[in-house]
Design a binder for this molecule. Sequence first.
Ligand code: URA
Length: 310
Amino acid sequence: MIPDAPDSRDLLSFLDFHVAAGVDAALDETPHDRFAEPEAPRRAAREAAEPEAPASRAPPAEPVRAAPPRQEASRQEPPGQESPRQDASRAETPSTYGRSAAAAPGEAAGDARELAATAASLEDLEGLLARFESCALRFTAKNLVFADGNPQARVMFVGEAPGADEDRIGKPFMGRSGQLLDRMMAAIGLDRSNAYVGNVVPWRPPGNRNPTPQEIATCKPFIERQIALADPDILVCLGGVATQSLAGTKDGILKSRGRWFPYRTGRREIRLLATLHPAYLLRQPLQKRLAWRDFRALRTALDEGERQRP
Ligand code: URA
């Protein structure tokens, strides 16, 4: 017997339910329970795709970057545009790294740590991330959102995770909160030629949901390596997720904002300033006065650092 076809109202309410639950991308015709996939086939697939395990790669013999003299903002190249996103063009490297997205939380973070440590440059790191498979977000995102701005800048801003605009364009802070961030930066003489911008999580969580603690833990070694390679003097964490994961505080952002934390890059100690996320400021415009205080403190710190340079 042929079952009754669902009527269009059933189908629409089924669709509504999924949209309300944050499902905004169709990936496949048939559902897959990745948690039910046994480890052995995944390991075999990984080994086949990965002739040289990342763990066995020698870490770069040289220090991460022999700090080049910083350039004047007006002479800097348009940054972050040279390296292709999610490209498969590096012929001699494996096409993917890590295990399937269903890896146990600790394993995925361990893979990330081993892999990130092998990156000798920001370009390397972006290439490794583009082929990293242990974070499920990469399979729902359109693009890897690695960075924008000038990697030679003295200040680096770190947000939480890309939204829809960033996912489409492949660069951080491109949408409404990015426009507000640009205005806040401009108010203290910064723009993307003299500041570098990244995110704790470089792929968009579907439906703009918050990244999970597991996703944050998996991606953290990459943002840490990105900071170490960019080697800014000052790190500005935008919002609670970036602050909690990089400053190592459990305090909420309304408590931690305006505070300076020490941050160890692995090469040296720099200063980390916590401030409010521009998306929060769009919802709570009165709080902009607090962010303005933080940005003025940032300007003062940059000016003082400039005066102290040899
Ligand atoms: N919010 C973030 O935290 N990062 C972006 O890139 C965009 C919005």
